[in-house]
Design a protein around this ligand. Structure first.
Ligand SMILES: *[C@@H]1O[C@H](CO)[C@@H](O)[C@H](O)[C@H]1NC(C)=O
Ligand SMILES: *[C@@H]1O[C@H](CO)[C@@H](O)[C@H](O)[C@H]1NC(C)=O
Ligand SMILES: *[C@@H]1O[C@H](CO)[C@@H](O)[C@H](O)[C@H]1NC(C)=O
Ligand SMILES: *[C@@H]1O[C@H](CO)[C@@H](O)[C@H](O)[C@H]1NC(C)=O
Ligand SMILES: *[C@@H]1O[C@H](CO)[C@@H](O)[C@H](O)[C@H]1NC(C)=O
Ligand SMILES: *[C@@H]1O[C@H](CO)[C@@H](O)[C@H](O)[C@H]1NC(C)=O
Ligand SMILES: *[C@@H]1O[C@H](CO)[C@@H](O)[C@H](O)[C@H]1NC(C)=O
Length: 482
């Protein structure tokens, strides 16, 4: 009898013990912190770690897709009509971007490398071929006209040359030429007077199989939050996003820095050499990518907002004081004076007047916003899509009859979508960590659960003690007869 009571009270005691342990573990987040510190140890750029391999040669395929805007009414536009364009794409390139010339610095706290990008055309992921023709603004001609508009003698010579060679405000070139470069007749003629002039024009000229300069990254050895963070680019401290140096645009793509255990309150900074600066993105929603939980971060609309909306962006008014409205960024200085303006595709989140200025703009959140989906536990990028539009600032130049009666317009040339989705192999690796994480983090709750169960059993047994002793006695004959 005392043996039985001893058992029952032990059950009660263990139950309370489990409850206390479980609850204090939950409150102290012991298992969670153990898990985090384990993950943080793995997230460092050191020869041999998985994080290093993934950083050196990212396993999932990166695709760069271009969508062109083909102009349908050039003559009417010269008469002052609104341009009408048709979006044609995608023209898809597989992008290879390994880190090269890797050197560890300062006892492994930093690492320097160059990021060489190579683009290979993917015909079966494209709507057509690189030889497809597109009609758009003749950017070299417009740049030359803008440059010499105030020098009447030179302007007249150039105008005569343009007339005799049938060069106008609009021209038709192949996709391959517009992207990777073609020899331009007008530039070639000007080169006779200015021998250092490059007579090849292309929006991504010289970006294939080249790198955009040396980066220095933090390895995360001192603080996991600094994992793969760009510390220097081309010998300069990496620019904060509000930097006034607007010159790093269009040239290349981003090194993003992410760290494990990301919370919803976080602001992610992505260094983007095409946007001259780090971009930032804030939490938008929870998503699921290939079955993995993710947090979606998007650049808030104020990233490109005009200074009247966001004074922090005052530095982007180029030249100072002369600002474009919301959603546009003037990168003329970085494109040898070509009047190039960047925006989101179809002027998504930009001032209405730009959307209405061109027939054929259909801004759409799903299709046109930049997104980064990150697994919060590991900091692994599950999916990312960087979407930008290249536009030209077109206006009537009275010195040049070639511009006719064209209205002032921010003319869309193309937009790009540079995207990546985590590969199956990496999904499995992250899945293991996530599952393990769920188990480990739930250990205290399991203890509490078992505690409650034992508590219930304990109470049941205690109640049974109160029941009259007759019950077992009545059963005696039954047991005996069987
Ligand atoms: C990493 O280690 C391998 C083998 O030990 C070596 O071949 C390679 O050069 C090292 N890489 C760097 C960047 O130090
Ligand atoms: C590298 O480590 C050595 C020895 O631990 C130390 O003396 C030296 O100052 C460190 N160098 C840097 C740049 O941190
Ligand atoms: C880029 O360069 C690689 C190697 O030099 C070449 O194979 C590829 O065709 C080039 N891509 C483009 C778009 O010119
Ligand atoms: C773009 O427009 C031009 C001029 O109308 C036309 O020749 C060309 O075929 C169009 N391109 C495509 C891919 O439809
Ligand atoms: C971007 O590329 C242009 C030419 O394509 C070059 O003149 C400029 O220096 C580059 N900018 C940076 C910051 O690399
Ligand atoms: C863009 O910047 C260039 C160079 O600073 C300037 O000359 C041009 O007027 C600007 N364009 C617009 C539309 O603000
Ligand atoms: C890139 O974005 C465009 C426009 O939203 C979309 O049509 C395309 O499917 C995207 N590409 C990838 C690989 O996600």
């Amino acid at each position: 009898m005392s043996m039985k009571f001893c058992c029952i009270y032990s059950v009660g005691f263990i139950s309370i013990l489990l409850l206390i342990t479980g609850i204090s573990l939950v409150l102290a987040e012991v298992f969670q912190n153990l898990l985090y510190s384990r993950i943080e140890k793995e997230i460092v750029l050191r020869n041999g770690t998985e994080a290093f391999d993934a950083w050196e040669n990212p396993p999932p395929p990166v695709y760069m897709q271009f969508y062109f805007f083909n102009l349908t009414n050039p003559l009417e536009v010269l008469d002052g009509d609104r341009p009408a364009v048709v979006e044609i794409g995608p023209y898809t390139y597989r992008e290879y971007r390994p880190m090269e010339d890797i050197t560890f610095l300062e006892n492994g706290t930093k690492v320097s490398a160059v990021n060489t990008k190579t683009y290979i055309f993917e015909a079966n992921m494209s709507i057509g071929l690189e030889s497809d023709l597109m009609r758009t603004v003749n950017i070299p001609a417009l740049t030359v006209m803008e440059k010499f508009k105030d020098h009447s003698i030179i302007a007249n010579l150039i105008m005569a040359y343009m007339k005799s060679n049938n060069i106008g405000l609009f021209s038709t070139h192949t996709v391959g030429e517009l992207l990777w470069g073609y020899e331009d007749g007008l530039l070639k003629a000007l080169k006779l007077f200015q021998p250092d002039l490059d007579d090849v024009f292309g929006l991504f000229y010289k970006t294939n199989a080249t790198n955009d300069g040396e980066y220095v990254f933090l390895t995360g050895q001192q603080d996991y939050r600094d994992f793969a963070k760009v510390e220097q680019w081309k010998g300069q401290s990496s620019l904060p996003w509000w930097s006034t140096d607007e010159c790093n645009m269009i040239n290349g793509t981003n090194g993003a820095s992410f760290h494990p255990v990301i919370t919803k309150n976080e602001t992610l900074y992505m260094f983007s050499s095409d946007l001259c600066r780090s971009l930032f993105a804030t939490f938008e929603e929870e998503v699921s990518v290939r079955g993995l939980p993710g947090y979606r971060f998007v650049p808030p609309s104020r990233v490109f907002a005009s200074p009247t909306v966001n004074p922090d962006n005052a530095g982007f008014c180029v030249p100072p004081g002369k600002c474009l409205s919301s959603g546009l960024l003037n990168v003329s200085v970085c494109k040898q004076g070509a009047p190039i303006i960047m925006s989101s595709p179809h002027f998504y989140q930009a001032d209405e007047k730009y959307i209405n200025g061109v027939f054929g703009m259909y801004p759409n959140k799903e299709r046109h916003q930049t997104t980064i989906d990150v697994n919060p536990l590991t900091g692994v990028i599950l999916q990312a899509a960087k979407r930008l539009q290249v536009n030209v600032f077109v206006e009537k130049i009275s010195t040049f009859s070639q511009t006719g009666n064209v209205g002032t317009v921010v003319f869309p040339v193309l937009f790009l979508n540079e995207s990546v989705v985590i590969d199956e192999e990496s999904v499995k690796k992250v899945q293991v960590v996530v599952t393990l994480g769920n188990v480990v983090v739930n250990v205290p709750f399991m203890l509490i659960g078992v505690g409650i169960l034992l508590g219930a059993i304990f109470m049941m047994l205690m109640c049974r003690q109160q029941v009259p002793k007759s019950t077992p006695a009545e059963r005696q004959p039954l047991l005996g007869s069987s």
